[in-house]
Design a binder for this molecule. Structure first.
Ligand SMILES: [Zn+2]
Length: 131
């Protein structure tokens, strides 16, 4: 399932502020079409309703590599070890909520990428393995 939320965006061109749906979570087993956009860092495409300017948001996206036990947070802004560690801590606090999640968490490889090339490599491997 692709998880979305509503976010407030400021247009780069005309500076007007508008609300739009953004992608937060992607399950690759259910949405293969998105891989192409993800590989070029353009999964979150929004258009300004006023001036029609198209923008690609560099927000973080959680990518679930189902059926592989792998979850990747891609965030182009998480370039420091500290930022990456924050995601790791968040993830651990989420799975600590209940036993089922803890079991899944123990079997899942969790990583945080800020470099698009790293994500791209994994996506290509995934496509090869599950085509
Ligand atoms: Zn605009």
């Amino acid at each position: 399932m692709t998880g979305t939320s509503i976010a407030e965006i400021k247009c780069e061109k005309c500076k007007s502020v508008f609300e739009t749906q953004v992608i937060e979570h992607i399950d690759l087993s259910e949405d293969r079409e998105i891989i192409k956009a993800l590989k070029i860092g353009k999964a979150n495409r929004v258009q300004c309703p006023k001036c029609k300017k198209v923008m690609y948001l560099d927000r973080s996206i959680v990518v679930n590599f189902e059926p592989e036990n792998r979850i990747v947070v891609y965030d182009p802004k998480a370039t420091t070890e500290e930022a990456k560690a924050t995601f790791q801590t968040d993830y651990e606090s989420i799975i600590a909520f209940n036993e089922i999640l803890q079991e899944i968490g123990a079997e899942t490889e969790f990583s945080v990428f800020s470099n698009l090339d790293d994500l791209k490599t994994l996506l290509e491997e995934y496509e090869k393995a599950h085509s």
